[in-house]
Design a protein around this ligand. Structure first.
Ligand SMILES: Nc1nc2c(ncn2[C@@H]2O[C@H](COP(=O)(O)OP(=O)(O)OP(=O)(O)O)[C@@H](O)[C@H]2O)c(=O)[nH]1
Ligand SMILES: [Mg+2]
Length: 612
């Protein structure tokens, strides 16, 4: 055998304790070795921790954090949907069908609103006829049968709470005029007294159109949908149950003459605990659709059902969902007839109730939506309305995106003072998409009603950008939560607060002057901005001039109230549809939205975080 195999390991020999080691020396040596091991492990731990922190930091550095702010119904949640549509289209597609319940709910609610409206008109007309006949000692005409039927059946049988006393209740608190803009109350605006009755024949005809539609099945549909979306089971005695409800926003000239004892229509909302994304995911789970969505809300899908109980529940809810479809399918033709009825339209128009400017407007799509096999489209989902409460966090992992749309949007959207060539340069530098697949975005969506705004504060740190949505079409509307306050005024005050916040002084603010399509429509039908915004004076009453004027107001506030100088990025948006007026044609709102955010962030030198 070779000597080398027999020889002891030279290292072992070197490290071996001396042969004459005393017990004391041995103990000392062992302790020293243990200490050396401990130090070595400590160093390894430190290195591991540092590496993990480095990875976390790298990840955070690559994550874009955006907070969406703005009053209720300004379009925040709709903007989130646009992001998802543009950057996580496959998860958006997977979720399409789960929005069906929300769309059904929106449609049902619109029909119930019209029925309530007609009931009021019928009652009012009936009272006017009675008053006139007693005054002139003439008999009331007997031809008022449908009108009487409508008024009495609805109030006494279907809705015992809805008794009308026809008392005009003008706003007791004076309207707070806007200090920034001089927004005034206009003649015929909501605080004006209840206008005179229209010819009884009109209400009579409209009431007849409503007769085939009964409220109980529609209320049942509404209840079922709300429960399936996460509301508590309704109380057996209440037509609406113990839901998380809030009053709907008053539309422009909608009269505030609702009698004191009349139940207000309510808007469904899902509370923070569950969140709308979570609620929809639950609906989707129940529909047994597998998902690999790359968007989710934090803490979502809690308490997914399992086992026997789940099977039972699933079956019952499936039945409910099936029933809802069937009922809506059966009522579809009557609903459409009601919406298309000329006298109903005339009455709504005379009372200045603009259903088409309300949130969740699907009345023009009744026949499509009430088909038994209705599947929501992307446009339906973008238009669907579900009020947000609290703060919800959404994570987007950018997927492959629509090349043409984003490129087109980036080239064409109407931004403030940016040349096209700059945008084209950006495309050349970063490619047409702006965001590479795999990039994580965290977007916080907040409830915009005043009662929700305290909850925003904890989210003001570590942000890359805030998108502030100001619906500029709301110059003649009032806040649902405080009818004394003009909605435009509220937006300006809120903007001032955000702009002036010291905590947010380093955060990029991007202003979306939203709902330009509605602004155009309003102006087109003759609403005069100067009647509501006195400082507008005798400037031209066209959408473009109004848009520019309002943008200047926001810009001035930015200049006057920012703690330090900051650039002003604003975009005219119309996040639910293709823009129609001063925004360039043929671009999708999604593309505009995404491109706008991207450019805003980009221009704030967030290239430092390797965004592009
Ligand atoms: N026509 C039109 N409708 C819009 C536009 N933006 C939003 N909407 C609609 O307005 C309604 C309210 O939009 P949301 O996105 O739910 O509003 P929000 O700001 O999230 O409201 P909260 O959750 O109450 O704070 C929805 O029905 C949208 O479809 C727009 O630019 N044009
Ligand atoms: Mg919302």
């Amino acid at each position: 055998m070779p000597a080398s195999f027999d020889s002891p390991d030279p290292l072992a020999l070197l490290l071996a304790p001396p042969s004459n080691e005393s017990p004391t020396d041995r103990a000392g040596r062992i302790a020293a070795e243990a200490e050396a091991r401990r130090i070595s492990e400590q160093i390894d731990d430190d290195l591991r921790r540092e590496r993990a922190e480095q990875r976390k930091w790298e990840k955070e550095k690559r994550t874009v954090k955006v907070l969406l702010l703005g009053q209720s119904e300004s379009g925040k949640s709709t903007t989130i949907k646009n992001f998802q549509l543009a950057y996580a289209p496959s998860s958006f597609a997977i979720e399409l069908s789960s929005w069906r319940s929300v769309i059904y709910l929106n449609l049902t609610r619109s029909i119930l609103t019209i029925l309530d409206f007609l009931t009021k008109e019928a009652s009012r007309s009936k009272a006017a006829v009675a008053a006139a006949s007693s005054a002139s000692s003439l008999e009331a005409p007997t031809s008022q049968s449908s009108l009487v039927a409508m008024a009495s059946s609805s109030s006494a049988e279907d809705d015992p709470e809805a008794e009308f006393n026809f008392k005009v209740t003008p706003s007791s608190t004076p309207y707070v005029s806007n200090s920034e803009l001089g927004i005034d109350d206009a003649p015929g605006s909501p605080s004006s007294p209840f206008p005179a009755a229209f010819p009884p024949e009109l209400a009579e005809h409209a009431a007849r159109a409503a007769l085939p539609l009964r409220r109980p099945p529609l209320l049942k549909v509404q209840e079922t949908l709300e429960t399936s979306l996460g509301a508590p089971e309704p109380s057996p005695n209440s037509p609406y149950g113990a839901l998380a409800l809030s009053p709907i926003t008053t539309t422009p000239h909608e009269p505030s003459w609702r009698p004191a004892n009349m139940r207000k229509p309510k808007e469904f909302a899902i509370t923070t605990r569950t969140g709308w994304r979570a609620a929809l995911m639950k609906v989707r789970e129940r529909m047994s659709t597998s998902s690999s969505a790359s968007i989710h809300s934090v803490g979502s899908v809690s308490g997914s059902v399992s086992g026997k109980k789940a099977g039972k529940r699933k079956k019952r809810e499936d039945m409910d969902a099936e029933e809802v479809r069937e009922v809506l399918c059966e009522l579809g033709a009557d609903m459409q007839a009601l919406w298309e009825d000329e006298s109903v339209r005339a009455l709504l128009q005379k009372r200045k109730v603009r259903m088409d400017e309300r949130s969740g407007f699907f009345l023009d799509d009744i026949s499509r939506i009430t088909k038994l096999r209705y599947e929501p489209t992307s446009d339906d989902v973008v238009k669907a309305r579900l009020r947000t409460m609290g703060v919800q966090e959404y994570k987007f992992i950018a997927e492959k995106v629509e090349k043409e749309n984003l490129a087109a949007g980036l080239l064409n959207y109407g931004s403030s003072g940016h040349r096209k060539s700059t945008q084209q340069d950006n495309i050349k530098r970063s490619g047409p998409f702006g965001l590479e697949p795999g990039r994580e975005w965290i977007i916080y969506d907040v409830g915009g009603a005043r009662s929700n705004r305290q909850a925003w504060l904890p989210y003001f740190t570590n942000l890359n950008a805030i998108i502030f949505l100001a619906p500029i079409s709301c110059f003649d509307e009032r806040l649902a939560e405080d009818p004394r306050v003009n909605r435009l005024e509220d937006s300006l005050i809120l903007w001032k607060t955000i702009v002036g916040s010291d905590v947010l002084k380093h955060v990029q603010l991007i202003l979306f002057l939203n709902k330009c399509d509605i602004l155009s429509k309003k102006i087109h039908r003759g609403v005069r901005v100067a009647d509501y915004v006195s400082s507008y004076g005798d400037r031209p009453n066209d959408a473009k001039s109004v848009g520019r004027y309002l943008r200047q107001q926001f810009k001035d506030i930015n200049m006057r109230h920012s703690p330090q100088q900051r650039q002003f990025f604003s975009f005219f948006t119309s996040v639910t549809c293709v823009p129609d007026y001063w925004l360039t044609q043929d671009t999708k709102a999604t593309a505009i939205t995404v491109a706008a955010v991207r450019e805003g962030i980009q221009r704030n030198n967030l290239r430092a975080v390797d965004l592009v």
